[in-house]
Ligand binder design. Structure first.
Ligand code: ARG
Length: 461
């Protein structure tokens, strides 16, 4: 039991089976730099309360600085016998400063308040890093929108041709959920801005340590109001996992469209060679693997969130060892997005759009029928009648193998006296798009405004 953080009341060390089960260094090691920053802040609080002399404090901080360097360059690694990152680092500190001084650091803290704090610190850094990746993706989508500002595509509902829209409008529609994901991180951070350090095992500590001093040293605005909540809650970890899952879902919906657009049948996009893959047997193949992996990995991100919530369900207060299971899922979600997002952004940035093909398909499937109905409304027909008349026009065109604009004057008038030849003025896709000029509509003038608002919201594009 040499080096363990507990053992005084035990006859011997843990069984090998227990040690193996209990061990967490294989996944909690990313917390090591945060653990050491926490230890420096805690040493500060111990010194301020008179438990370390000035000399001891200086030596402790120097020891911790040496330890973090050894951790970062890989000279110091967790040993097989270390239970977790916290015990491993205490062993490392004692190696450097000796047991006399190193043994003083643990006073007034518990791994329970430590780990709750360190996970928050790591997640706060990762919120910033992931946000930067999300901004890059928004940037790639917005650049494509700008490069094709006049392109018109078939807008769909139920995957059927519905009404023509600007490609830019469609691409921006994928940006807004990502903007909200960025805002979710910012909003989450307001709740994560409270330090649990000082909560001890669950009830606080008797040593009169200044938790606000520790919080300030660690970049938190304040200390948690309740030590039980500080050590037992993991809702902030679950909320973070939700944001990562939501990003995964936002990517997956776009991925599905890329996969469809990239088929021969759609022919809307061509993937860049460096962002697509081949087949080991079919020499002609060029596959959208990034989009497929994005779709697949969204399942994994949802699984991580679900697993975490399931771990928390029914857990009594305060700390229970179950809570050690919070780290693997959320760390995996972070790593997944750190790999996925740059690949996805690269795929978007290098997509070639076939705007002629989109424009050719945009009016097909009678997608201008609503324009006819609304033209009739402007000519004093009730919408109920306009819908009927236009429906009859669509039926006539379909039966005769015509597009709406190909129906001749006599046939139009036979369908309804309201259908004068002037109706053809609304039967172009550019006209259709520019007439949808209400707030949030697909008219070019509105889409240009939308872009400006989007850029302002992201603030960095
Ligand atoms: N490794 C634990 C965790 O991640 C912290 C240790 C708490 N252990 C304990 N026996 N109270 O939650």
């Amino acid at each position: 039991k040499a080096g363990a953080l507990w053992g005084g009341r035990f006859a011997g060390g843990p069984s090998p089976e227990l040690a193996k089960l209990s061990k967490s260094t294989q996944f909690d090691w990313p917390l090591a730099p945060y653990d050491i920053r926490g230890s420096k802040a805690h040493a500060h609080a111990l010194a301020a309360a008179g438990y370390l002399t000035d000399d001891e404090f200086v030596a402790m901080v120097a020891g911790l600085d040496a330890l973090v360097e050894a951790v970062l360059d890989g000279r110091f690694q967790p040993a097989e016998s270390d239970e977790d990152v916290h015990s491993s680092l205490e062993r490392g500190l004692i190696d450097i400063v000796g047991v006399e001084l190193g043994g003083k650091l643990r006073a007034g803290r518990s791994r329970n308040d430590q780990v709750a704090t360190l996970v928050r610190m790591l997640l706060r850094d990762k919120a910033v890093a992931l946000s930067a990746h999300v901004v890059d993706l928004i940037d790639a989508l917005a650049s494509q929108a700008e490069a094709h500002e006049h392109a018109i595509m078939p807008g769909r509902t139920h995957l059927q041709h519905a009404q023509p829209v600007l490609l830019a409008h469609h691409l921006f529609a994928h940006c807004w959920p990502l903007v909200r994901d960025l805002e979710r991180f910012t909003d989450w951070n307001k709740r994560a801005d409270f330090s649990p350090y000082g909560s001890g095992a669950l009830a606080g500590n008797t040593l009169g340590l200044d938790a606000n001093l520790v919080a300030a040293d660690l970049g938190f605005s304040a200390v948690v109001e309740n030590s039980i909540d500080g050590t037992a809650s993991r809702d902030l970890v679950a909320e973070f996992a939700y944001i990562t899952a939501q990003i995964g879902i936002d990517l997956s919906r776009l991925a599905e469209e890329i996969i469809l657009w990239n088929t021969r049948e759609f022919g809307f996009v061509t993937l860049d060679d460096s962002y697509s893959t081949g087949s080991s047997i079919m020499p002609q193949k060029k596959n959208p693997d990034i989009a497929e992996l994005a779709r697949g990995k969204s399942g994994r991100l949802i699984g991580n969130l679900t697993g975490l919530l399931t771990t928390l369900k029914g857990l009594p207060l305060a700390y229970n060892r179950d809570l050690q299971e919070d780290k693997e899922p959320v760390f995996d979600s972070i790593e997944t997005l750190e790999v996925l997002l740059p690949a996805f952004s690269g795929m978007i940035a290098t997509l070639t759009f076939h705007t002629d093909r989109m424009a050719e398909l945009a009016p097909q499937g009678f997608s201008l029928a609503t324009d006819v109905a609304e033209w009739l409304v402007k000519h004093q027909v009730t919408f109920r009648d306009a819908h009927e008349i236009t429906g009859a026009l669509v039926k006539h065109a379909e039966q005769n193998g015509l597009d709406l604009h190909e129906v001749d004057d006599a046939a139009l008038l036979a369908l309804s006296p309201h259908l004068t030849p002037d109706v053809r003025e609304v039967l172009t896709i550019t006209g259709s798009v520019s007439r949808r000029d209400g707030q949030g509509g697909t008219a070019p003038v509105r889409v240009a405004e939308q872009r400006a608002v989007l850029v302002a919201r992201v603030g960095v594009l």
